[in-house]
Design a protein around this ligand. Sequence first.
Ligand SMILES: NC(=O)CC[C@H](N)C(=O)O
Length: 240
Amino acid sequence: MMALTVGVLALQGGFVEHLNLLRKAASAVFSQSKSDTSFEAIEVRTAEELARCDALIIPGGESTTISFVAQQSGLLEPLRDFVKVQKKPVWGTCAGLILLSNQANATKKGGQELIGGLNVRVHRNHFGRQIESFEAPLQLPFLADEADPSPFPGVFIRAPVVEEILSKGESEQGPKVEVMAKLPGRINRMKSGVSQAVTKDDSGDIIAVRQGSILGTSFHPELTDDARIHAWWLKQVLRV
Ligand SMILES: NC(=O)CC[C@H](N)C(=O)O
C-alpha cells in the first residue's frame, strides 16, 4: 500500500480552507482510482512536519508575513530545499505564488525573502487594493478533462500576476515555465457583493504557471467550495 502525505503550510492565511478542499478532493480521487493509497493532509509549521510531506500547498494570505514567520521559525531553508533541491510537488496560491517566484516587485524596501523556484517575476497587488478584489469565471484549459465543464470561480484578492517569465542562465537546465492560464479579454470584474461589473482590459495577464514540480495560481481556489483544481493537482502529484 502506498501512503501519500500532503502538507499545507500553516503559518498564516487560508490553510484550513486548503486542508478542507484537499480532503474533499482526495476522497473523490482515491475512490475513483483502484490504488489502495492511504492519504493524509497535515498542517506544516516545523521542519519535522515538512519532512513528512510528499507534496506541499502554500496558501494565500500575506506573503511578507508568511516569509517573516518562516524565517523566524527556521523554515525558510527547509522550504527552499523541499522545492528546489528535493523538487517535491508544490502549489502556491496567491501569496503562495509570490513566495514560489524567483522575483517579486511592488515589495517594500529591503525586499522580502522568497522561497523561489519558479523562474518568473510576479507583480504583487497587480489589480490594486483590497476593494479592487473581484471574482471572475475562468475557463482553465488544464481542467478540460474533469467531468464538470463549467467555468472555475476565480477569486482574486490583492492578487499578483506573473508579469515576466525570466530567461535562464546559459548553464541552467531543467523544465521550462509553462503558462497554464491567462485572463480572457475584457472580463467583467465582479466585485464581491457589488452588483455592477467593472470592465477593464486585463486580457493576457498570466494567472497560472507551472515549472516542473511547481504550480502557482494568482487566485484562491481555497476560498470556493470547488475542489476541481485540488483534484487535478493530486492526480499530477500521484503521477510523479
Ligand atoms: N490574497 C493574497 O494572498 C494576497 C497576496 C498579498 N497581496 C501579498 O502580497 O502577499
